[in-house]
Design a protein around this ligand. Sequence first.
Ligand SMILES: Cc1cc2nc3c(=O)[nH]c(=O)nc-3n(C[C@H](O)[C@H](O)[C@H](O)COP(=O)(O)OP(=O)(O)OC[C@H]3O[C@@H](n4cnc5c(N)ncnc54)[C@H](O)[C@@H]3O)c2cc1C
Length: 379
Amino acid sequence: MDSRHATVIGAGIGGLTAASALARRGWTVRLHERQAEIRAVGAGIYVWDNGLFALDSIGAFDDATYGAHMGPAVEARTHTGDLLYRIDINGADRPRCYTLLRERLVAALVRSARESGVDIVTGSGATAVRPDGTVEFDGRATEQSDLVVVADGVHSRLRDSIDLAYRRIRMTQGAARLMIPASPDYFPAEDAVKHLEFFRGRRRLLYTPCTPDLIYLALVCDADDPAIRGSRLDVPLWQHSFPVLTQLLAATSDIRIRWDTFEYVRMSAWSRGAVAFLGDAAHAQPPYLGQGGGTAMTNAVALADAVSRPGREPADALTVWERDMRPGTERTQRTSYRMRLLNSVPDRVRNPLLTAAGRVSAFTESQLAATRLRPTINT
Ligand SMILES: Cc1cc2nc3c(=O)[nH]c(=O)nc-3n(C[C@H](O)[C@H](O)[C@H](O)COP(=O)(O)OP(=O)(O)OC[C@H]3O[C@@H](n4cnc5c(N)ncnc54)[C@H](O)[C@@H]3O)c2cc1C
């Protein structure tokens, strides 16, 4: 067994998965989280086959998916509820997709990390990293490791501390996320179990059952849309856009939302020396495919696998890791970034366009390609 030491920065989905996967391969691992406690940000989350594979490989699958929902289909609909296209999921020979509570996923990842022997230090913010494996905290204390994995999220400070160029695009759109109690009043029973996305103008509403009791809603619009009022939705405005969802939207009135503007990040390289970047810090994408977390977990497991192969220095292993994992990740980013264009098209154009696209296998394939990503490293 290898007994090299790794430092991981950030206890989000990417960092926790990387820490667990490294520890399970014999590394001693210390994970630093800036916040005083590890918290899941957001409401629900889609985890497709690739993310499920990663969860399984770190022993967190059963725990993370306990009580989760598996819908029979993803459907795009007009604002009046008419079907635009449908993708069947979760049946024989179909892609698997679990929808779950973020807090359940993060708690399962924390348990997996602790059980694998990861030393988790909270309230510990890193300020800089160097290619030789040095991590600085508050400019004074340092930690030296054979490998540093930086997964400090889309607002990464550590990206700026190392000589790696990157492109960061802050998009005009974002999403308000919240959970509401499940109710038989929202949809007929056969629809209530599906993942439903409604389109109207520059607004979209995504309905996702997450547990038997809770529904996850993501309401996408421009960051300056008056339908978002601070930490609340302007419910009448949303009801005006989506009259078929009047009852469902009424259930959101007293609930605080979490707002995030979408971002896209592309780094010139994912590593320098013994330092690797993964997750949103390296490859953030708008969430139209539900794959930011999935690609973070897949790349985290692939990274642990690459650096744990005998006879290879971390810097060389990281080059091989990037060569193998970057093309699939970037294809996923490009597809999700292109999907923003759907927001700018008037309904009278978008509706027939989506109906026609739904009949073309290349369209469905482009939505599902990322679900087949695996942490495969070719030596
Ligand atoms: C609206 C929306 C919906 C989404 N839906 C999905 C979905 O359905 N499926 C999916 O797979 N993905 C989805 N995503 C994307 C997914 O949430 C992200 O890709 C994922 O959370 C990124 O994980 P991460 O570990 O890279 O970063 P983060 O989750 O941001 O974690 C970064 C961690 O690093 C810590 N940190 C930051 N700086 C430091 C520092 N200097 N030192 C120490 N710690 C630090 C932070 O406190 C945080 O805990 C969605 C995103 C959005 C905005």
